[in-house]
Design a protein around this ligand. Sequence first.
Ligand code: ACO
Length: 136
Amino acid sequence: MAEDYESYVDTLRVLTTVGEVTPENFTHLLQHWHSNQHIYRPHVIADENGKVVATGMLLVERKLIHECGSVGHIEDIAVSADQQGKNLGRYMIEQLTQLANDLKCYKVILDCSESNCGFYEKCGYSNAGCEMTKRF
Ligand code: ACO
């Protein structure tokens, strides 16, 4: 996946600020994710040329509650601007949701803006409260 550096980073720019990430930073991060696969499950969708056009991450949190159950967290969903509206976002969410189920998570959750609630509802999710944050 190291060769995906540019398109991976570009795709994420539709979501938020990525900032300066060198190819070395990218490679180290991929190694970290890879050596902690029980927690980090990054996913991408590539076009016919192998360029990343959609990203998503499932994080698996092992808890004490629910008999040491696991919760899936969906993060960093982004579809390139020129590929939006082609069901790639929906496909990404379906895949990550299925993976959370396969990994025996008792639920899967995510935070999103009001403007994206409709998208997640179409993916079968329902509003379960509010998001709180404290930024550093
Ligand atoms: N509000 C309501 N409905 C929506 C929205 C929206 N913002 N976006 C898509 N939909 C609908 C589509 O119309 C479609 O409906 P249909 O079944 O009636 O045809 C359905 O949801 C599926 O749409 P997709 O084509 O799969 O959506 P897309 O591939 O464009 O991906 C996404 C949606 C991920 C929100 C994309 O627009 C994007 O990357 N936006 C910028 C980054 C972003 O906001 N990411 C989500 C952050 S939240 C997180 O990461 C947990």
